[in-house]
Design a protein around this ligand. Sequence first.
Ligand code: CP
Ligand code: NVA
Length: 302
Amino acid sequence: MKKDFLSLSDWTREDLDKIFELTRELKQKQKQGQRHHQLAGQTLGMLFEKSSTRTRVSFEVGMFQLGGHALFLSSGTTQMGRGEPIQDTGRVMSRYVDGIMIRTFSQELVEDLARFSTIPIINGLTDMYHPCQLMADLFTVIEHKGSYEGQVFCWIGDGNNMANSWINAAAVFGFELRVATPAGYEPETGVCERAEQAGAKVLYTNDPFEAARGADVLNTDVWASMGQEEEQEKRKQAFAGFQINREIVEVADAECIVLHCLPAHRDEEITDEVIEGGHSVVFDEAENRLHVQKAIMVTLMQ
Ligand code: CP
Ligand code: NVA
Protein backbone atom coordinates (compact mmCIF):
# COMPACT_ATOMS: atom_id res chain seq x y z
CA MET A 1 0.00 0.00 0.00
CA LYS A 2 1.29 3.49 -0.77
CA LYS A 3 2.34 5.64 2.17
CA ASP A 4 1.98 9.44 2.44
CA PHE A 5 3.80 12.00 4.58
CA LEU A 6 0.97 14.30 5.70
CA SER A 7 1.53 14.63 9.45
CA LEU A 8 4.07 13.23 11.92
CA SER A 9 1.24 11.67 13.90
CA ASP A 10 0.56 9.21 11.03
CA TRP A 11 4.02 7.70 11.62
CA THR A 12 5.63 5.68 14.38
CA ARG A 13 8.78 6.75 16.18
CA GLU A 14 10.51 3.63 14.87
CA ASP A 15 9.77 4.50 11.22
CA LEU A 16 10.77 8.14 11.67
CA ASP A 17 14.03 7.05 13.32
CA LYS A 18 14.68 4.95 10.19
CA ILE A 19 14.22 8.12 8.10
CA PHE A 20 16.84 9.85 10.30
CA GLU A 21 19.25 6.93 9.73
CA LEU A 22 18.72 7.16 5.98
CA THR A 23 19.17 10.94 6.17
CA ARG A 24 22.58 10.46 7.79
CA GLU A 25 23.59 8.00 5.06
CA LEU A 26 22.39 10.20 2.19
CA LYS A 27 23.97 13.33 3.66
CA GLN A 28 27.31 11.54 3.99
CA LYS A 29 27.10 10.26 0.40
CA GLN A 30 26.27 13.75 -0.86
CA LYS A 31 29.18 15.30 1.07
CA GLN A 32 31.59 12.64 -0.21
CA GLY A 33 30.42 13.05 -3.79
CA GLN A 34 29.13 9.45 -4.01
CA ARG A 35 26.35 8.76 -6.49
CA HIS A 36 23.04 7.84 -4.87
CA HIS A 37 20.51 7.64 -7.66
CA GLN A 38 17.83 5.78 -5.69
CA LEU A 39 15.02 7.55 -7.59
CA ALA A 40 16.48 7.37 -11.12
CA GLY A 41 13.82 7.91 -13.74
CA GLN A 42 11.22 9.15 -11.24
CA THR A 43 9.44 12.50 -11.24
CA LEU A 44 8.13 14.53 -8.30
CA GLY A 45 5.30 17.00 -8.96
CA MET A 46 5.54 20.05 -6.68
CA LEU A 47 2.25 21.93 -6.25
CA PHE A 48 2.53 25.36 -4.67
CA GLU A 49 -0.35 27.57 -3.56
CA LYS A 50 1.94 29.62 -1.27
CA SER A 51 5.42 31.13 -1.64
CA SER A 52 8.61 29.22 -0.87
CA THR A 53 12.38 29.40 -1.08
CA ARG A 54 13.71 26.44 0.97
CA THR A 55 10.95 23.93 0.25
CA ARG A 56 10.95 24.45 -3.48
CA VAL A 57 14.71 24.47 -3.87
CA SER A 58 15.44 21.59 -1.49
CA PHE A 59 12.85 19.26 -3.04
CA GLU A 60 13.91 20.11 -6.59
CA VAL A 61 17.63 19.76 -5.88
CA GLY A 62 16.96 16.64 -3.79
CA MET A 63 15.18 14.90 -6.68
CA PHE A 64 18.04 15.82 -9.03
CA GLN A 65 20.63 14.40 -6.61
CA LEU A 66 18.59 11.18 -6.37
CA GLY A 67 18.72 10.81 -10.15
CA GLY A 68 15.12 11.94 -10.70
CA HIS A 69 13.34 15.04 -11.86
CA ALA A 70 11.03 17.61 -10.21
CA LEU A 71 8.28 19.71 -11.76
CA PHE A 72 7.37 23.08 -10.23
CA LEU A 73 3.64 23.76 -10.56
CA SER A 74 2.07 26.88 -9.05
CA SER A 75 -1.64 27.41 -8.55
CA GLY A 76 -1.48 30.61 -10.60
CA THR A 77 -0.31 28.80 -13.72
CA THR A 78 -2.20 25.49 -13.44
CA GLN A 79 -5.89 24.60 -13.56
CA MET A 80 -5.80 24.15 -9.76
CA GLY A 81 -5.91 27.94 -9.47
CA ARG A 82 -9.01 27.99 -11.71
CA GLY A 83 -10.88 25.58 -9.45
CA GLU A 84 -10.19 22.14 -10.92
CA PRO A 85 -11.25 19.74 -8.15
CA ILE A 86 -8.38 18.25 -6.15
CA GLN A 87 -9.69 14.72 -6.75
CA ASP A 88 -9.27 15.23 -10.51
CA THR A 89 -5.85 16.81 -10.09
CA GLY A 90 -4.81 13.84 -7.94
CA ARG A 91 -6.04 11.24 -10.38
CA VAL A 92 -4.49 12.95 -13.42
CA MET A 93 -1.15 13.64 -11.72
CA SER A 94 -1.00 9.99 -10.60
CA ARG A 95 -0.86 9.02 -14.30
CA TYR A 96 2.20 11.23 -14.96
CA VAL A 97 4.39 11.54 -11.89
CA ASP A 98 5.65 9.20 -9.11
CA GLY A 99 5.03 11.42 -6.10
CA ILE A 100 3.60 14.85 -5.21
CA MET A 101 4.77 17.44 -2.72
CA ILE A 102 2.10 20.04 -2.04
CA ARG A 103 2.18 23.37 -0.17
CA THR A 104 -1.26 24.83 0.40
CA PHE A 105 -3.65 26.30 2.98
CA SER A 106 -5.98 23.49 3.99
CA GLN A 107 -4.80 20.23 5.57
CA GLU A 108 -8.10 18.65 4.44
CA LEU A 109 -7.24 19.43 0.82
CA VAL A 110 -3.92 17.61 1.21
CA GLU A 111 -5.72 14.65 2.78
CA ASP A 112 -8.22 14.62 -0.10
CA LEU A 113 -5.36 14.73 -2.59
CA ALA A 114 -3.80 11.73 -0.85
CA ARG A 115 -7.10 9.84 -0.91
CA PHE A 116 -7.64 10.33 -4.64
CA SER A 117 -4.02 9.76 -5.71
CA THR A 118 -2.36 6.41 -6.24
CA ILE A 119 1.10 7.89 -5.59
CA PRO A 120 2.73 9.13 -2.34
CA ILE A 121 1.80 12.66 -1.22
CA ILE A 122 4.14 14.81 0.89
CA ASN A 123 2.91 17.78 2.93
CA GLY A 124 5.21 20.73 2.16
CA LEU A 125 3.27 22.97 4.62
CA THR A 126 -0.37 23.69 5.35
CA ASP A 127 -1.97 26.13 7.79
CA MET A 128 -2.06 23.17 10.19
CA TYR A 129 1.31 21.38 9.89
CA HIS A 130 4.86 21.52 8.48
CA PRO A 131 6.11 17.95 9.04
CA CYS A 132 9.16 18.05 6.71
CA GLN A 133 10.45 21.07 8.61
CA LEU A 134 10.05 19.20 11.90
CA MET A 135 12.08 16.29 10.56
CA ALA A 136 14.87 18.68 9.52
CA ASP A 137 14.70 20.39 12.92
CA LEU A 138 14.98 17.12 14.82
CA PHE A 139 17.78 15.87 12.59
CA THR A 140 19.64 19.11 13.38
CA VAL A 141 19.10 18.50 17.09
CA ILE A 142 20.45 14.94 16.71
CA GLU A 143 23.55 16.30 14.94
CA HIS A 144 24.23 18.98 17.55
CA LYS A 145 23.09 17.19 20.72
CA GLY A 146 23.59 13.52 19.85
CA SER A 147 19.88 12.68 20.26
CA TYR A 148 16.47 14.26 20.74
CA GLU A 149 16.06 12.02 23.77
CA GLY A 150 16.39 13.77 27.12
CA GLN A 151 16.36 17.25 25.57
CA VAL A 152 13.93 19.91 26.77
CA PHE A 153 12.32 21.71 23.82
CA CYS A 154 10.85 25.19 24.04
CA TRP A 155 8.56 26.92 21.57
CA ILE A 156 8.03 30.68 21.93
CA GLY A 157 5.63 32.59 19.69
CA ASP A 158 2.60 31.78 17.60
CA GLY A 159 0.55 28.60 18.06
CA ASN A 160 0.83 28.02 14.31
CA ASN A 161 1.60 25.16 11.90
CA MET A 162 5.12 24.80 13.33
CA ALA A 163 3.89 24.77 16.94
CA ASN A 164 1.23 22.17 16.05
CA SER A 165 3.92 20.04 14.42
CA TRP A 166 6.17 20.29 17.49
CA ILE A 167 3.25 19.08 19.63
CA ASN A 168 2.77 16.10 17.29
CA ALA A 169 6.52 15.44 17.52
CA ALA A 170 6.39 15.51 21.33
CA ALA A 171 3.68 12.84 21.20
CA VAL A 172 5.52 10.61 18.70
CA PHE A 173 9.06 10.92 20.13
CA GLY A 174 8.20 11.34 23.83
CA PHE A 175 10.38 14.36 24.62
CA GLU A 176 9.48 17.24 26.94
CA LEU A 177 8.05 20.30 25.18
CA ARG A 178 7.08 23.69 26.58
CA VAL A 179 4.96 26.03 24.46
CA ALA A 180 4.69 29.75 25.31
CA THR A 181 2.20 31.79 23.29
CA PRO A 182 0.32 35.01 23.96
CA ALA A 183 -3.26 34.48 25.18
CA GLY A 184 -5.53 33.98 22.17
CA TYR A 185 -2.72 32.58 19.98
CA GLU A 186 -2.52 29.07 21.46
CA PRO A 187 -2.02 26.01 19.22
CA GLU A 188 -5.02 24.06 17.82
CA THR A 189 -7.08 22.56 20.64
CA GLY A 190 -7.65 19.32 18.69
CA VAL A 191 -3.90 18.87 18.16
CA CYS A 192 -3.21 19.44 21.90
CA GLU A 193 -5.95 17.01 22.94
CA ARG A 194 -4.84 14.25 20.58
CA ALA A 195 -1.22 14.70 21.71
CA GLU A 196 -2.26 14.48 25.35
CA GLN A 197 -4.21 11.28 24.66
CA ALA A 198 -1.10 9.89 22.98
CA GLY A 199 0.86 10.60 26.18
CA ALA A 200 2.70 13.81 25.14
CA LYS A 201 4.39 15.81 27.90
CA VAL A 202 3.64 19.41 26.92
CA LEU A 203 3.53 22.47 29.18
CA TYR A 204 1.37 25.32 27.82
CA THR A 205 2.04 28.77 29.23
CA ASN A 206 1.74 32.49 28.46
CA ASP A 207 5.14 33.13 30.08
CA PRO A 208 8.11 32.78 27.68
CA PHE A 209 10.62 32.74 30.57
CA GLU A 210 8.84 29.82 32.24
CA ALA A 211 9.11 27.90 28.94
CA ALA A 212 12.74 28.81 28.28
CA ARG A 213 14.22 28.19 31.76
CA GLY A 214 16.88 25.47 31.44
CA ALA A 215 15.70 24.45 27.94
CA ASP A 216 18.12 22.75 25.54
CA VAL A 217 16.42 23.80 22.30
CA LEU A 218 14.77 27.20 21.74
CA ASN A 219 12.57 27.58 18.72
CA THR A 220 10.36 30.23 17.16
CA ASP A 221 8.74 31.35 13.90
CA VAL A 222 7.23 34.48 12.37
CA TRP A 223 4.33 36.13 14.21
CA ALA A 224 2.19 36.34 11.05
CA SER A 225 2.27 33.27 8.81
CA MET A 226 1.51 33.15 5.09
CA GLY A 227 -2.13 34.13 4.64
CA GLN A 228 -2.15 36.32 7.80
CA GLU A 229 -0.34 39.31 6.31
CA GLU A 230 -3.20 41.72 7.11
CA GLU A 231 -2.90 40.82 10.84
CA GLN A 232 0.79 41.77 10.93
CA GLU A 233 0.39 45.03 12.91
CA LYS A 234 -2.13 43.63 15.41
CA ARG A 235 0.09 40.60 15.97
CA LYS A 236 3.20 42.74 16.52
CA GLN A 237 1.48 44.20 19.58
CA ALA A 238 0.12 40.89 20.86
CA PHE A 239 3.51 39.17 20.52
CA ALA A 240 5.68 41.86 22.13
CA GLY A 241 7.55 40.01 24.88
CA PHE A 242 7.57 36.75 22.91
CA GLN A 243 10.89 37.39 21.22
CA ILE A 244 13.91 35.08 21.36
CA ASN A 245 16.54 37.53 22.52
CA ARG A 246 19.60 37.63 24.78
CA GLU A 247 17.47 37.63 27.97
CA ILE A 248 15.62 34.47 26.90
CA VAL A 249 18.83 32.71 25.84
CA GLU A 250 20.39 33.59 29.21
CA VAL A 251 17.72 31.69 31.17
CA ALA A 252 17.98 28.62 28.89
CA ASP A 253 20.68 25.96 29.27
CA ALA A 254 24.17 27.39 28.73
CA GLU A 255 24.67 24.94 25.81
CA CYS A 256 21.24 25.55 24.24
CA ILE A 257 20.74 25.67 20.49
CA VAL A 258 18.36 28.03 18.70
CA LEU A 259 16.20 26.94 15.77
CA HIS A 260 14.09 28.97 13.33
CA CYS A 261 12.51 27.41 10.24
CA LEU A 262 13.10 30.66 8.30
CA PRO A 263 12.24 33.03 6.74
CA ALA A 264 12.82 35.19 9.85
CA HIS A 265 11.78 38.74 10.64
CA ARG A 266 14.88 39.88 12.47
CA ASP A 267 14.27 41.93 15.62
CA GLU A 268 10.63 40.82 15.68
CA GLU A 269 10.34 37.16 16.79
CA ILE A 270 14.14 36.78 17.08
CA THR A 271 16.89 39.35 17.46
CA ASP A 272 19.57 39.75 14.85
CA GLU A 273 22.09 39.19 17.65
CA VAL A 274 20.66 35.73 18.53
CA ILE A 275 20.15 34.50 14.98
CA GLU A 276 23.76 35.45 14.15
CA GLY A 277 25.08 34.30 17.54
CA GLY A 278 26.86 31.19 18.78
CA HIS A 279 23.70 29.30 19.83
CA SER A 280 22.01 29.60 16.45
CA VAL A 281 22.01 26.58 14.12
CA VAL A 282 19.45 27.93 11.64
CA PHE A 283 21.57 27.43 8.52
CA ASP A 284 22.37 23.80 9.39
CA GLU A 285 18.64 23.43 9.95
CA ALA A 286 17.85 24.91 6.52
CA GLU A 287 20.46 22.65 4.86
CA ASN A 288 18.97 19.61 6.55
CA ARG A 289 15.66 20.17 4.74
CA LEU A 290 17.48 18.84 1.68
CA HIS A 291 18.91 15.73 3.32
CA VAL A 292 15.86 14.74 5.34
CA GLN A 293 13.45 15.22 2.43
CA LYS A 294 15.64 13.04 0.21
CA ALA A 295 15.27 10.33 2.87
CA ILE A 296 11.50 10.88 3.01
CA MET A 297 11.21 10.63 -0.79
CA VAL A 298 13.35 7.47 -0.93
CA THR A 299 11.26 5.93 1.88
CA LEU A 300 7.99 6.69 0.10
CA MET A 301 8.90 6.34 -3.57
CA GLN A 302 11.62 3.70 -3.94
N1 CP B 1 11.03 26.91 6.15
C1 CP B 1 10.40 26.90 4.95
O1 CP B 1 9.52 26.07 4.70
O2 CP B 1 10.84 27.84 4.09
P1 CP B 1 10.20 28.26 2.68
O3 CP B 1 8.89 28.94 3.00
O4 CP B 1 11.20 29.16 2.07
O5 CP B 1 9.96 27.02 1.86
N1 NVA C 1 4.53 29.57 9.93
C1 NVA C 1 5.15 29.97 8.69
C2 NVA C 1 6.18 28.98 8.28
C3 NVA C 1 6.93 29.32 7.03
C4 NVA C 1 7.92 28.28 6.62
C5 NVA C 1 4.09 30.12 7.63
O1 NVA C 1 3.18 29.28 7.55
O2 NVA C 1 4.13 31.09 6.88
